[in-house]
Ligand binder design. Structure first.
Ligand SMILES: *Cc1c(COP(=O)(O)O)cnc(C)c1O
Length: 462
């Protein structure tokens, strides 16, 4: 990472507690991967050297967050830690009703079970998979409307996470405003590569929602990372602080759902924030039945204290600059080596186009899963396939209907790995390139009916 002075951008923190990680041999990894049927979700973390499986709940807390843990107030009702968290979140969201939950999907389940139901339609830039699952579980329909150009993995656009506002208006006309339960903006757009959403796009969505009296929900678990991109790429916001940008965006919404395992900088936690009093009372009833009382919602006092501190720390300019630049550093170096990466690089992960890397492996032999396995065998690196293993379906003759792209995601945990870990990952790709022509595909020997990527088993072909 080079600054304008062409100096390495060193991590804006130093280490005062360490967790050892162990390097194993390639022969050992080959053997355990075989035992795990070539599915790294089944690996034990002790056998992983660098874990890039997800950025969710895998971050490191600061000394101030750990100090906050000691100050956690474990009172059942009205704890000091709750009041601290509630204050921070009210200031961030501008919303009067704040509900704590144990993670993002709990907030989603509560909100969408009230808004959803048969015949209802939700429209989003892209529904995250737990969002879609919670909506479809109520019998409602979830429709994604990404702009066409944003689906091209190579086109360089500043805000590839945006919603297509023309398609949104067409869908509202088609279904009728009465059938639309809500418009959901996912910020940054996780399933679309962690690409940012512009303020202008959210303002336009707000205008459309006002025109049709529709509810606008922001799924904002990476709203701080998104603010970084807005400040860099939307000139009207260049002078504003990251926190002020996030505040302005959240004030455009009627509800704000957050998995605090991302930009909350904690290992577990979530939030549901609302403007409407009647809706907040309905949600609070469900919260109390399923999560816990309204002032803890399934969290310990110490968890809420750490979250309150994390939600302030995440807007620190040095942190956000390091965060976004370090993800880009990995992506830019891989690209320079000739690895086909999705462009531009998003906020929390680098995506590799495995179909382009292994053109000789057909889609039904899962080139993405082959790369995932190679990264583990060659380097002890764990990551995830986002392609036909995750999204593939079968036609009536049990032939694979492949996913749109065969991607591999390297997700970056927050404040966990140093630049030398990232340099190591970049080096492993030299071995990947050296052996790419010898690589052969995989076949599935077991798969469950839903979310098969978690537990599927594979065998090597040839
Ligand atoms: C992680 C995530 C969720 C779900 O949150 P959990 O805390 O994992 O339940 C919802 N939406 C988006 C965009 C996410 O990235």
């Amino acid at each position: 990472m080079k600054t304008t002075k062409n100096r390495t951008l060193a991590e804006p923190f130093r280490i005062k507690m360490v967790e050892p990680v162990t390097m194993t041999t390639e022969a050992y990894r080959e053997e355990v991967l075989k035992q795990c049927a070539y599915n790294p979700f089944l690996l034990h973390s002790k056998d992983v050297f660098i874990d890039l499986l997800t950025d969710s709940g895998t971050g490191a807390m600061s000394d101030r967050q750990w100090a906050g843990m000691m100050m956690g107030d474990e009172s059942y009702a009205g704890a000091k830690s709750w009041l601290h968290l509630e204050n921070v979140v009210k200031e961030l969201s501008g919303m009067p009703y704040i509900l704590p939950t144990h993670q993002g999907r709990a907030a989603e389940r509560i909100l969408y079970s009230i808004l959803g139901g048969k015949g209802k339609v939700f429209i989003s830039n892209t529904h995250f998979d737990t969002t879609r699952a919670n909506i479809e579980f109520t019998g409602a329909t979830a429709i994604d409307v990404m702009p066409l150009e944003a689906r091209d993995p190579n086109i360089d656009l500043p805000f590839k996470g945006n919603i297509d506002t023309q398609a949104l208006e067409a869908l509202i006309a088609q279904h009728g405003a009465n059938a639309i339960a809500a418009v959901i903006m996912t910020v940054t757009n996780n399933s679309a590569g962690g690409q940012p959403v512009s303020m202008q796009n959210v303002k336009e969505v707000r205008r459309i929602c006002d025109q049709h009296k529709l509810m606008l929900v922001i799924d904002g678990c990476r709203v701080a990372e998104n603010s970084y991109f807005i400040k860099q790429r939307e000139t009207a916001y260049a002078h504003m602080t990251y926190e002020a940008i996030a505040q302005e965006m959240l004030r455009l919404a009627d509800a704000f759902v957050m998995s605090a395992k991302k930009d909350g900088l904690v290992n577990m936690g979530g939030l549901l924030c609302l403007k409407d009093e009647a809706l907040s009372m309905q949600c609070t009833n469900l919260l109390i039945i399923s999560e816990g009382f309204a002032t803890y919602g399934g969290l310990s006092g110490r968890d809420m204290e750490a979250m309150a501190i994390g939600l302030k720390e995440v807007f620190d300019p040095d942190y956000l600059h390091y965060r976004i630049r370090s993800t880009a550093y990995l992506g830019e170096h891989l690209k320079a080596k000739g690895i086909p990466v999705v462009w531009p690089i998003g906020g929390h992960a680098v995506y590799i186009d495995a179909k382009a890397l292994y053109p000789h492996i057909p889609v039904h032999e899962y080139p993405g899963q082959v790369l995932v396995c190679d990264l583990y065998t060659l380097g002890g690196i764990r990551c995830v396939e986002v392609g036909s293993v995750m999204f593939g379906k079968y036609d009536a003759d049990h032939q694979l209907i492949p996913a749109q792209n065969e991607l591999v995601r390297l997700a970056i945990p927050r404040r966990v790995y140093t630049q030398s870990h990232v340099d190591y990952v970049i080096d492993v790709f030299d071995d990947i390139l050296e052996r790419r022509d010898q690589k052969r595909g995989l076949k599935i020997t077991y798969e469950p009916p839903f979310l098969r990527h978690f537990t599927a088993r594979f065998e090597k072909l040839y």
